[in-house]
Design a protein around this ligand. Structure first.
Ligand SMILES: Cc1cc2nc3c(=O)[nH]c(=O)nc-3n(C[C@H](O)[C@H](O)[C@H](O)COP(=O)(O)OP(=O)(O)OC[C@H]3O[C@@H](n4cnc5c(N)ncnc54)[C@H](O)[C@@H]3O)c2cc1C
Length: 435
């Protein structure tokens, strides 16, 4: 617990804003979330919780609740698009828990969000809903809200997602998210319906995560809700009209793109009754996430939106929240807020940039057209032991521990030691301990 009490305003009640609220409330500070939506909730589809965020949920005492509504994938299976041939298999049960101390999980977003909202409430976090933030006075730490009184705090955190008013206010100019060239169809169907088709039964019964890689697209499928639902994400080139980021999908157009892929996928997509397509956007690395006043910082998609191909966007937002929480647990004076934000940014920015770039690089690996590069990729996946730079990025012996083995709390402990020695880069050095 921190030795004094700050009032922190967090803009956005997404997974990132909630994780930060929980971490900072645990540290003993007062937290208010300002959320534009009149009601809390997440729209429905699946999300993967990798060990790097499962560790944080465990520390917050939430892992058991999360697990009770999750599925543990047995393996990561990468298949060829043509006939579903398994090119590579990476074990997750028992591997993830043995190696990282926590499982890899799949959960419905609505369940994940609700567990975090309930915990934030339990810790006394206030939620001011229907609060559309339209601007910020960074020097005076005031949030301007549409048709509502201004909100004053000691510190403001902008967790307002991809299309972030907070980011644009900090930059002082419009900064819409960047096109990636891809879109996603997000689909959830009943596993019981799949079990009626003999060729889909194994997918509906075995809790593996299956990837199909093909020219210009890929497919990701996994079970949710104790195996009752099957989550399907289809990725293909973006053909949405310019000003539109989501649209009801034409099922025939969707099926046509994946025609000629594994016949199992054809059967699976034949079962889909309706779906929406979502443009996939990301962001470029910002020069800085915080304001020189030391009263404002960004977190989550607002500063490092990524393609979802490494399944790490929310996990990185949760890591941001955990790092902020652990730092605000250690803070000793209000005058240290600027240093704390400098440490936060130093701990988080390079890592999240690597995840954003790694996700974009995975697009090139997954979406190769047939030819010599694709043949070499498939040969490595099916015949080679994983090596550094391996095409199954989760199996890479260097990248995997860097990605899954991150311990947000340990990072802060190490950084704080350096800070108190007066040697943490980018901090003032005036709060060094004189032992
Ligand atoms: C297809 C797909 C699959 C994905 N799969 C995974 C996965 O498996 N694993 C994973 O870790 N990540 C995944 N992600 C990424 C993940 O969904 C995001 O990275 C994560 O949800 C970002 O959380 P956030 O809290 O930063 O932003 P958001 O979830 O976007 O939350 C922002 C919040 O701010 C509010 N807000 C916005 N503007 C304002 C305003 N002006 N005033 C007040 N409130 C405002 C919004 O209403 C919202 O509640 C996936 C993404 C996609 C598109």
């Amino acid at each position: 617990m921190a030795e004094f009490n700050l009032h922190v305003a967090i803009i956005g009640a997404g997974l990132g804003g909630l994780a930060a609220a929980i971490g900072i409330a645990h540290a003993g500070h007062k937290v208010t979330i300002l959320e534009q939506a009149p009601m809390l909730g997440e729209i429905g589809a699946g999300i993967q919780i990798p060990p790097n965020s499962a560790l944080i949920l465990k520390k917050y005492g939430l892992l058991e609740k999360i697990e009770s509504v999750s599925v543990r994938p047995s393996d990561f299976i990468i298949r060829s698009y043509r006939d579903g041939t398994v090119l590579n298999k990476l074990n997750m049960v028992p591997y993830a828990e043995k190696r990282y101390g926590v499982p890899y999980l799949h959960i419905h977003r609505a369940d994940y969000h609700k567990i975090l909202v309930d915990e934030a409430h339990r810790l006394g976090v206030k939620m001011q809903l229907g609060s559309v933030v339209r601007g910020i006075d960074f020097d005076r730490a005031i949030v301007y809200i549409r048709d509502k009184p201004d909100f004053h705090a000691d510190l403001i955190l902008g967790a307002d997602g991809l299309k972030s008013v907070c980011r644009e206010s900090l930059l002082g100019h419009p900064d819409p998210p960047h096109l990636t060239g891809d879109l996603a169809y997000r689909i959830v169907i009943k596993a019981d319906d799949m079990k009626k088709h003999p060729d889909l039964r194994d997918l509906a019964e075995k809790p593996a995560i299956n990837y199909w890689m093909g020219p210009h697209g890929h497919v990701v499928c996994y079970l949710l809700k104790g195996g009752g639902l099957y989550n399907i994400v289809l990725i293909c080139p973006d053909n949405l009209p310019e000003m539109m980021n989501t649209a009801k999908a034409d099922l025939q157009e969707m099926r046509d793109f994946f025609d000629g892929w594994d016949p199992k996928l054809k059967t699976l997509l034949g079962m889909v009754q309706e779906t929406t397509k979502w443009r996939l956007l990301n962001s470029e690395e910002m020069e800085s996430w915080s304001h020189p006043s030391g009263k404002f910082a960004l977190l989550g998609d607002a500063c490092h939106a990524t393609l979802p191909y490494l399944a790490q966007g929310a996990a990185q937002a949760v890591e941001d929240g955990a790092v902020l929480g652990a730092l605000f647990e250690r803070i000793e004076h209000k005058e240290q807020i600027g240093d704390v934000l400098a440490i936060y940014e130093r701990l988080r920015k390079d890592r999240t940039t690597r995840v954003v770039k790694g996700s974009t690089a995975l697009r090139d690996i997954f979406h190769m057209v047939d030819g010599p590069r694709q043949q070499e990729r498939d040969r490595q996946l099916s015949q080679h032991e994983p090596f550094e730079g391996y095409p199954n990025r989760w199996a890479d012996p260097v990248f995997q521990p860097w990605l899954f083995g991150y311990n947000a709390f340990q990072e802060v402990e190490n950084a704080w030691k350096l800070y108190k020695q007066g040697t943490f880069p980018g901090t003032t050095g005036q709060f060094k301990s004189h032992l």
